[in-house]
Design a binder for this molecule. Structure first.
Ligand code: ZN
Length: 135
C-alpha cells in the first residue's frame, strides 16, 4: 500500500552559484509530497498507518524550516547575518530544490523510520524535483 502525504513550508533562500535570479535573496512556498510504501497487512481497522501518525512524525521536520532563511553554510552572507544576530538555518549544501529534496528525504527516512520511497519538492507552481532513490 502506498500513501502520499502533502506538506508545505515557506522559506527564504538564495543559491549564489546558480545564476543571477537564484542568487538573489528570495522566497518560496515549498510544496512537499512524500510517498510511503508500506508492506504490512491492513490492521483490524482496515488501515495501513494512520495519516495522523505520519503527520506527527513528518510535520516537525518539514515545519522546522518554515519562515526561516535557509543558507549554504559557506555562503558569505552567513558571517554577516551572524554578526547582525539574525536567525538563519545553515545547511551543508547549496539550497537548490534538488539538494533540499534529498536532505528532507534523508531526514524523514532516518529520523522517523517511515518507509519513504519518493519525495517531490516544488519551489513554484511549475517547477518540481522528484527524488526517488533505488533503495
Ligand atoms: Zn529559489
Amino acid at each position: 500500500m502506498k500513501i502520499e502525504k502533502k506538506y508545505h513550508f515557506y522559506a527564504a533562500h538564495r543559491n549564489k552559484n546558480a545564476g543571477e535570479k537564484c542568487g538573489r535573496i528570495h522566497g518560496h512556498t515549498y510544496d512537499v509530497k512524500c510517498f510511503f510504501t508500506f508492506t504490512q497487512e491492513l490492521n483490524e481497522a482496515g488501515v495501513t498507518c494512520l495519516f495522523s501518525d505520519i503527520d506527527a512524525q513528518v510535520e516537525p521536520i518539514v515545519k522546522g524550516y518554515c519562515h526561516w532563511f535557509l543558507l549554504y553554510e559557506k555562503d558569505p552572507l552567513v558571517e554577516l547575518l551572524e554578526l547582525a544576530d539574525e536567525p538563519i538555518i545553515k545547511l551543508p549544501f547549496e539550497t537548490s530544490a534538488e539538494n533540499m529534496s534529498i536532505w528532507l528525504f534523508t531526514r524523514i527516512k532516518n529520523e522517523t523510520g517511515l518507509p519513504i520511497t519518493r519525495i517531490e519538492l516544488a519551489e513554484t507552481k511549475s517547477s518540481t524535483v522528484i527524488y526517488e532513490p533505488k533503495n
